[in-house]
Design a protein. Structure first.
Length: 371
């Protein structure tokens, strides 16, 4: 079994990182990784003096078939549905750590979902994703949900307008922001009990991506998920995924941490071919499982049956999915196979008019969806 190492460096009143002083009170006396750019002799001396095993609780089998974090669509009922049909791990949607500490309703909504998931014993890890660019804010928010998370993931790939305006996600990928990324990852990995993971897109130029991965590992990430496209606010999934870039990242870090591929997987067959092409440890799927949550079983579901199965989880985990989210899932499940059916327009209109979970069920149990 491979062992990963971190360095315990106790310093006060500052933490020394990358040749700079970080005046962050919450990090005083915490653990600090030794950056790979330190001279080899320095790294080896520190490792010999301070090395201890890195906390990484995710097993290799947990990383085979992973459901990606998706805004407003990674609700507990959907995650449970995917786990029931072959997913080996799931991510929550990207959470705002500032709101986790300041917004009681927001915090309680997400806490309740995680607590119900653990109580239900679904048997598969859930990684909670957060965003942010301030170490203290990210750590403080993540601590609110850490007891119910199998890992805490930092989003370094979100291409949306909100991420650009808030200067987080994929807009931290330019090299000038790498020290900031490192400070956040280091703070997370040394302040939180669950392991820290990261999800990135390709740097520009793409040749910088392997170096970023190395620096994330040095800062404390225990897993890296790579979406092999560049950040683009519009048409963010346009273009052919650069599988060669992922393969080069995997080769350069040489299995120091597990790597997941996120993107370019539309079918069960792609799971094996994409993994073979890149050498990753597992495959993360987003859009394709929104259409077909049975993808990991290589099955195409009956559209009405999968909708009702999903609603069953909504009822089991009452209050963990909004009516908006429920309707979005139901629309995707039916649209995947039936968008060209003559009745689909009537179905879409009826779904739009549903105002409650019960109304969605009644509509599905009627005769609107034809074979």
């Amino acid at each position: 079994m491979q062992t990963f190492y971190l360095l315990s460096v106790i310093v006060t009143p500052f933490n020394v990182y990358s040749g700079t002083l970080l005046s962050i009170s919450s990090l005083q006396g915490k653990l600090l990784f030794c950056p790979t750019r330190y001279p080899a002799s320095t790294r080896q001396s520190l490792i010999s003096a301070f090395a201890e095993p890195l906390n990484m609780s995710l097993r290799a089998e947990d990383l085979q078939y992973v459901v990606a974090p998706m805004i407003n669509q990674s609700d507990l009922p959907f995650r449970a549905l995917c786990v029931a049909h072959g997913a080996t791990s799931t991510y929550t949607e990207m959470l705002d750590p500032a709101r986790l500490t300041s917004d009681i309703g927001y915090r309680e909504f997400h806490l309740r979902s995680l607590q119900l998931e653990k109580a239900a014993g679904l048997g598969r890890p859930v990684l909670v994703q957060v965003q942010g660019n301030d170490p203290e804010t990210v750590v403080k928010g993540a601590r609110e949900i850490a007891p119910w998370a199998d890992a805490i993931d930092l989003n370094l790939g979100c291409p949306q307008k909100r991420a650009r305006e808030g200067h987080y996600g994929g807009y931290l990928l330019p090299k000038k922001d790498w020290p900031l990324i490192e400070s956040v990852v280091s703070a997370m990995s040394h302040s939180l009990t669950p392991p820290t993971t990261t999800k990135v897109r390709l740097c520009n130029p793409v040749s910088q991506t392997p170096e970023l991965c190395e620096r994330l590992i040095a800062a404390g990430t225990g897993l890296i998920a790579i979406h092999p496209r560049h950040v683009a606010e519009s048409r963010r999934r346009a273009g052919v995924p650069d599988m060669d870039a992922v393969r080069l990242c995997v080769a350069q870090i040489d299995h120091a941490v597990p790597v997941l591929l996120n993107g370019g997987t539309r079918s069960f067959a792609h799971l094996a071919t994409n993994r073979a092409a890149t050498g990753v440890d597992g495959v993360m799927v987003g859009e394709a499982v929104l259409d077909n949550p049975l993808l990991f079983e290589a099955r195409i579901p009956d559209p009405r049956a999968v909708c009702l199965e999903y609603l069953g989880y909504c009822e089991k985990f009452e209050g963990t999915a909004t009516v908006y989210t429920i309707k979005q899932h139901v629309k995707r499940f039916v649209e995947y196979q039936c968008v060209r059916r003559p009745w689909f327009g009537r179905f879409g209109k009826a779904l739009l008019e549903c105002e409650t979970q019960e109304e969605v069920r009644n509509m599905l149990e009627g005769d609107l969806i034809a074979n």
